[in-house]
Each structure stands twice: as C-alpha cells, then as structure tokens.
Design a protein around this ligand. Structure first.
Ligand code: TRP
Length: 335
C-alpha cells in the first residue's frame, strides 16, 4: 500500500513555461516529488476550452511543456506526468459533476469571470470554458488528490471542487476526497513581469522562458524595468518597483551582496547597466543547465513521447479504478 499523500497539479499547454512558473510551482514540484505521490497533468482539454480553433498550438505545446518539466528536474520515475485528453475517464466524471452544479454557480466563479473579461469573451463565452472548473474538479478528484498546489487565482476553482465533492458524497456515498489548495506564501511565488506588471504572463510579452537562448535572456534583462527616475549614475535610485532588484531577491542566493548592491544603488553611484549585468550572470548560471538539459531531451522527442505514454497509462489505471467506484455508487454499473 502506498501511504503517501497525493498531489495533483497541471498546466495548460498554451505556451512554453517561464521563470514565473519555476518560482511559483515547478521548483516545489521538484522538491515534493519524493515525499508525495505526485501527478502532473498537461491539461490539453482545458487548453482547448479557449483554443478550440488552435489545435496545433495546443498539440505543439504539450511537448514543449513536457520538455520544461524534464529540464527543471521533474523526474518521470517518481512523478506521473500525463496528458489529460488521453485519460477519457476525466471527461466522463466531468459529465456527472455537471449535474451537481447550477449555471448560476458557474457564472459566479470569480476566476472564470476575470478570465472571461481578460479574453474579451463577454457574451460569447464557450460553454466548455464556463465549465472548466467542473472539469478541473474531475482532474483532481479522479486521482483522490489530497493536495493541489496552485496560484492564488485558482483558489475559487478549488472551492468549487470541494463543493462538488461534498454534493457527490452526500448523494452517492463517501467515494471522493476533498482536496486542499496550497498557495505560495504571500510575497513568494509570484514573480512580477520584466516590465513591472504584477504578473509574468505567457501572453503579456514580459516573460523569460526556460527555453530562451542565452542571448535572448541577456536582451530581456538589459531591457528590464528599473527606476524610471534614475537618469544619471550618480543619482540615488529606487529599489521599490525596480524589477532588477526584485529578481535578485529571488534568484541571487548571496543575500549580503544583494543588500550591499541595494544600499549602493539607493545612495547613488551604481548604474542600472552594472546591476543588470550582475543579474544577467545570476540568471545565466541558473538557466544554462536547464537549457542544456532541455536541449538534450529535445533531441529525442520519441523518448519524451514514450515517457508521456507510460505516465498516461499509469494515470489512466488510477482514474479507471476511481470511475469503477463512481459508477457503482451512481448505480450505472450495468454490466
Ligand atoms: N487551471 C490551471 C491553470 O490555469 C491548470 C489546471 C488544469 C490545473 N487542471 C488542473 C491545476 C488541476 C491544478 C489541478 O493554471
């Protein structure tokens, strides 16, 4: 018997992953993978809820996301990495969950509301998109996950999962497990964008991707938002809202040196270019081994596909087991 607690997380394959994903979740997955029974899902079905007309984009990014996972050290020997659409039991459970939620409740989910606004869907929101929290509840509960590490924006989605589990278990019996959302501590886990926006986003043009070339990383760092009023080197500069220091806080392990640089910058006499060069050294040291591992895996896409196939087969077995229990509980196990 495997007594380890179960973690399930996932990413929509709509683009390669960036250093914000690393700070917010990937590094935790690497750290937790031995202690927990961890499932990591490439959520292609969820990606299609707002990309129905871009199947190539979703397909291509399944491989890109898998490469990012392997590059940062998520180990397929201990973590089950799988593709959502290839576990059709999840879609089956979604159908049954849909009977336990009202349209009004779906429309009230604040995360979905925000996303509808951001994506400009307004009156033309796809039904599948409106229902993605229900499908996500199926992702989670079919694996009886105890813990779901997510960004703070996903908390309302997890609340809906818990409601669905309670309704299901009240009506059909204690089959499903209530999951707990684990959100990064305040201040940690969210890396701002290169431009100083609160969030680093795939589509915001303010990200450093794990797959970016060394030159591109340098170019992005040299263009980062600092203190717009720091015009001459001799002038005192501001740390607050200065992305170069925000990133040094996260990535430079030598905290004393960071403190010295900050003091010097605030006093005046330290130029932006110099601090940026230092950040560039730190980021290259962090990203180079990731990029090299990624390139190695990318040379052999067949072995990545075969890793995904193995993970998906394992995930499917677990999902099928839960669906057996669900069908019995719902009295639809005819033969
Ligand atoms: N909605 C999540 C996101 O956009 C991705 C996701 C899909 C997920 N299924 C999940 C996260 C299940 C955690 C658990 O980031």
């Amino acid at each position: 018997m495997n007594q380890k607690k179960i973690i399930l997380t996932g990413d929509r394959p709509t683009g390669p992953l960036h250093i914000g994903h690393y700070v917010g979740s990937l590094q935790n997955r690497v750290a937790l993978q031995h202690e927990y029974n961890q499932f990591v899902m490439i959520a292609d079905v969820q990606a299609l809820t707002d990309n129905a007309e871009n199947p190539e984009k979703v397909r291509d990014n399944v491989l890109q996301v898998a490469l990012d996972y392997l590059a940062v050290g998520i180990d397929p020997q201990v973590t089950t990495i799988f593709i959502q659409s290839m576990v059709p039991e999840i879609a089956e459970l979604t159908m049954f969950f849909l009977n336990l939620v009202t349209v009004a409740r779906l429309q009230r989910n604040p995360t979905v509301k925000d996303e509808i606004r951001q994506k400009g869907f307004e009156e033309s929101v796809p039904a599948g998109f409106l229902c993605y929290p229900v499908s996500q509840a199926a992702d989670i509960t079919i694996f009886k996950a105890n813990i779901v590490p997510v960004g703070a924006d996903q908390v309302p989605v997890l609340e809906q999962t818990v409601e669905l589990v309670r309704s299901f278990n009240r009506i059909y019996g204690q089959i499903l497990v209530e999951p707990q959302a684990v959100v990064p501590k305040e201040g940690c886990g969210r890396l701002p964008g290169l431009d100083g926006q609160a969030k680093m986003g795939k589509s915001l043009g303010n990200a450093i991707f794990l797959s970016d070339s060394a030159d591109l990383v340098t170019k992005k760092i040299m263009g980062m938002f600092t203190d717009p009023d720091h015009l001459r080197v001799e002038d005192p500069g501001k740390i607050e809202g200065n992305m170069v220091f925000a990133y040094l806080d996260v990535f430079d392990q030598d905290k004393e040196r960071v403190a010295e640089l900050k003091a010097h910058y605030q006093r005046g006499g330290l130029g932006d270019v110099k601090v940026k060069r230092h950040l560039n050294d730190i980021m290259q040291a962090f990203l180079t081994p990731i990029r090299e591992r990624r390139a190695q895996f990318a040379q052999d896409p067949d072995s990545v596909t075969s890793m995904l196939k193995t993970g998906t087969e394992k995930a499917r077995q677990v999902a099928a087991q839960t669906m057996g229990e669900v069908r019995r509980a719902m009295k639809i196990n005819y033969f």
